[in-house]
Design a protein around this ligand. Structure first.
Ligand code: GLV
Ligand code: GLV
Length: 325
């Protein structure tokens, strides 16, 4: 009887994908809410054949050196900026991610943030909680009109496209920068423009690009000065796409009107960080894909990637297919 492969899962995942992995593997699952430290992580992978990792874990060459038997890295996320992919590729290790299954949930979150910022929903809730609601008056908590406004999408990939589909339902004009899928652009009637034009003309700017050296701080002090003073920035991509200090300054000085952030830099952001306390900023804790169905489907895809890698088969979703030849 051949031994089952050993697998480490770096956080509790939903039951259904866990059962699928347990049926074929000997599983150790990190049970805590907080991630394992780099030392703890290395200590748990000395004899594993596969890992299901989270975006909170740094999968770098130190990690890889500690896991000599590793055959596959299955990242439980579509983004994989936490993985040093070139180091994995150098060792011939396939890296899997979970695209597609979280597209709609993340676009829903981005549009929810867009609407919440536009109509100042969080301020309205606070207003009543603070016992400020005395009457109705015409200039009370006025926000921004969404219908017919211009949405600039940075990164027209799967999630950017789903965001554009939602925006179409609100009669928005759609500009985009980055992303080369012409069918996506045509289907939603999005116009490709330069970054500068997008920033200058958009009432809402929504970020949907991966974090790479090219997109790090794409929203910096210069970009923020190019935006309309009435503009609203929505980030459901990665915190590092935005220069947090520049954004703080832009919001404090009303260079732009509002920001709604699902992701931050640093992450987690501390409760006493000034961005958290600005009246014109909403921050939520990286919940883009956080629905029951989505987190189960991400787990099932992560399980498929893991099990394929353990069998020596190509991963259904591999970010470094060059390992196959
Ligand atoms: C979440 O941020 C993901 O990349 O899946
Ligand atoms: C607002 O509530 C209105 O009736 O115009």
């Amino acid at each position: 009887m051949s031994q089952k492969p050993k697998v480490f899962i770096s956080r509790t995942i939903p039951d259904e994908p866990l059962a699928r992995i347990q049926a074929a593997c000997e599983v150790t699952m990190w049970p805590h809410e907080m991630p394992p430290s780099p030392d703890e992580l290395r200590a748990h992978v000395t004899d594993v054949d596969g890992i299901v990792s989270m975006l909170t874990e740094r999968i770098d060459s130190d990690f890889l050196a500690a896991a000599p038997n590793l055959k596959v890295i299955s990242n439980y996320a579509v983004g994989y900026d936490n993985v040093d992919v070139s180091a994995a590729t150098a060792k011939g290790l396939p890296v899997g991610n979970t695209p597609g299954v979280l597209t709609e949930a993340t676009a829903d979150q981005a549009f929810a943030l867009l609407l919440a910022a536009a109509r100042r929903l969080v301020e309205g809730v606070e207003y009543i909680r603070n016992d400020e609601w005395q009457t109705w008056y015409p200039l009370q908590l006025l926000g921004s009109t969404v219908s017919g406004a211009t949405l600039g999408i940075i990164g027209l990939g799967r999630i950017g496209h789903a965001m554009a589909q939602r925006a179409r339902g609100f009669g928005m004009r759609i500009l985009y920068y980055g992303g080369s899928n012409q069918a996506f652009a045509d289907e939603v009637g999005a116009t490709k423009v330069s970054l500068e034009t997008l920033l200058q003309e958009s009432d809402f700017v929504s970020l949907h690009c991966p974090l790479t050296p090219a997109t790090r701080h794409i929203i910096d002090a210069v970009a923020l000065t190019q935006m309309k003073s009435s503009a609203i920035l929505v980030n459901t991509a990665r915190g590092g796409v935005v220069d947090s200090n520049a954004l703080l300054h832009a919001l404090q000085t009303n260079q732009i009107r509002y920001a709604a952030l699902d992701v931050t830099d640093p992450e987690p952001i501390a409760a006493d960080h000034p961005l958290v306390h600005l009246p014109n900023c909403i921050v939520v804790p990286h919940l883009g894909s956080a629905t029951w169905e989505t987190r189960i489907n991400m787990g099932l895809l992560a399980a498929e990637n893991l099990l394929a890698g353990l069998r020596g088969e190509p991963l259904p979703n591999c970010v470094n297919p060059e390992v196959y030849g």
